[in-house]
Structures are given as C-alpha cells and as structure tokens.
Design a protein around this ligand. Structure first.
Ligand code: 5GP
Ligand code: ZN
Length: 124
C-alpha cells in the first residue's frame, strides 16, 4: 500500500533499524521505544490488522509469532521474558494500519501496563 508507513519501511523508502528480514517477514526497532527492548515484527504482505486476516494468512501469522519469540531471546530476554502485544483497530489503539506484533522487554512490567491500558487507554 503506497500510503502505509510500514510498507514504505519494507520498500526501503523510509529508514529503520532492522533486526531481521526474510522474504515474508521484517522486524525492526520501534521508533518510540517504551521499554529497553521494543521491536516490531511485521509481515511484508500488507494486512491491515489481526482482524483482517484471510484463512490463507494463518501460516504466516504463526511464522510471525515464532520469529517474535526467537528475536526476543536474541535480544537478551530469554530468561525473563516480556510482553507480546497486537493492537487491533481503533478500540485496540492501533495507530499504524499494517499488522504488527510488539515485543516489550528488558524491564519488569508486571500487570501495570495492562492496568494502565484499561484505565487510560495509553500504552505508557
Ligand atoms: P500501534 O499503536 O499501531 O500498535 O503501534 C505502532 C508503533 O509503530 C508505535 O509503537 C510507533 O512508535 C511505531 N512507529 C510508528 N511509525 C514508525 C516508524 O516510522 N518507524 C518505526 N521504527 N516505528 C514506527
Ligand atoms: Zn502496509
């Protein structure tokens, strides 16, 4: 999609700090990290959100999730883990309409992030 920020990153029209790339998947650091480790894993295919999948995308989504946990381990979060987040559509707080998995790690989040989300709708 020509007006999609993440499609532009995939096409190399916008810069990003890539941590992984193959023919189907790109992973890069979030431009506005909210934790010490914060990266995004996206399909190269433009899928608007998790709620816009077709049945044929299910294997790709499985690969995205598998790659996200592999990269989380590579980024030093194997022992303590972190949080995998997929925001979907307006009530989910999705701001970029290209499916992406966030990984947040490097700090103990406990339940506080979820509680903040519920009370304020903000990620911080
Ligand atoms: P959402 O709120 O849609 O789940 O998350 C979108 C994420 O994309 C945000 O965390 C935001 O910081 C990140 N983001 C938006 N534009 C860019 C960009 O141009 N480059 C990178 N690396 N991240 C971006
Ligand atoms: Zn896109």
């Amino acid at each position: 999609m020509s007006d999609c920020i993440f499609c532009k990153i995939i096409a190399g029209q916008l810069p990003s700090k890539k941590i992984y790339e193959d023919d189907e998947i790109l992973a890069f650091l979030d431009i506005n990290p909210v934790t010490p480790v914060h990266f995004l894993v996206i399909p190269k295919k433009h899928i608007k959100s998790l709620m816009d999948l077709s049945a044929e995308d299910s294997a790709l989504v499985g690969r995205l999730m598998f790659k996200a946990q592999e990269l989380a381990k590579q980024q030093g979060c194997e022992e303590k883990g972190g949080r995998f987040i997929i925001n979907a559509k307006s009530d989910g707080g999705q701001t970029v309409d290209h499916l992406h998995i966030h990984f947040l790690g490097g700090i103990a989040l406990g339940a506080s992030l979820l509680q903040t989300c519920l009370h304020t709708g903000k990620r911080e």
